[in-house]
Design a protein around this ligand. Sequence first.
Ligand code: GLA
Length: 388
Amino acid sequence: MKEKLLGQFEELFGAGGDIREYFAPGRVNLIGEHTDYNGGHVFPCALTIGTYAVVRKRQDDKLRFYSVNFEKLGIVESQLNDLNPSKEAGWTNYPKGVMWAFEERGFKLSSGLDIMIYGNIPNGSGLSSSASLEVLTGVVLKDMFDFDVSMVDIALIGQYSENNFNGMNCGIMDQFASAMGKKDNAIFLDTSTLQYEYAPVVLKDAKIVITNSKVKHSLVDSAYNDRRNESEAALKELQEVIDIHTLGDLTEEQFEIHKNAIKDPVRLKRAKHAVYENQRTIKAVEALKADDIETFGKLMNDSHISLRDDYEVSCEEIDILVNLAWKTEGVIGSRITGGGFGGCTVSIVKNDAVDNFINVIGNAYEEKVGHKAEFYVVDIGDGAGALS
Ligand code: GLA
């Protein structure tokens, strides 16, 4: 991969000089969905697929971007003094947003760059291709310009750029997983403090299987921002009756006692999800540590039901996949993963049941929906960095 991309870069931008290569992974979240902007816990892991960059400094202030994935766009040019979001800038709004966010923090980019990108995360799959591109840009800038920033800072800068440059009010989970991932481990992250712990994902005789529904419903970003606003409004109502900073501060019992403070049935459902999902995530990590995969799987299933019924971020195609998985032999747990409204499910499947899972669910899904799903039996990889 490394050699191939380097060759392509040289063909495009010319050979010579200090050319460097980087990688940032996508992520899959095992449990803890829509909790990361509610002060709760998440439990994602980095994948071995992600986004690559080949980069060289320029002598001037030009930024020249090229994506192998969007060949038709050719080289997209910009300038360091023009770091503003625009429709025409397309995918380059992500790296430009991160450059802008570094400058906002006082890190001056002393020269322009030639950047070639290649990503192998399936498009629109909800496996965080945009967060991986943001974190990738962060590691590029840190390394190229010797900026004194930690990997956690890079995650935060990525989130800041997505919120303020690209208009999507995401939480910290995706960028954190891409920056801080660790091979064979998931990250148990408390999003209210950013304290985290690595938990080895030892599934004994089972594997993580991602199923891509190959649908992405429109208005995802605005529906996401709506959920966030609804949760925040519910928090405000609860704060009238109990001293909390986030929904993640509440146990289920406390929530049940005080929930009547929430005056609207929709907001009540949203808050219920945020509180219960956070507690489920804590319990799931305990179960995993105790080698109790069955309980982990059961909590994944409960997570799906809550995301479907209370948070309402699932969709027909995803529910079909999850229902099929629940009925399939050897499935320990299955749920929607990521922001929702399409994208992927994540399932824990016994090793000897994986082939059957792919066949049976693949056929039934195609019959019901009219197009094929894709399946990825995944490994957990490391976080972002330079390729040596
Ligand atoms: C998207 C966001 C994350 C998180 C998830 C839902 O992936 O980018 O911050 O909120 O949705 O858990």
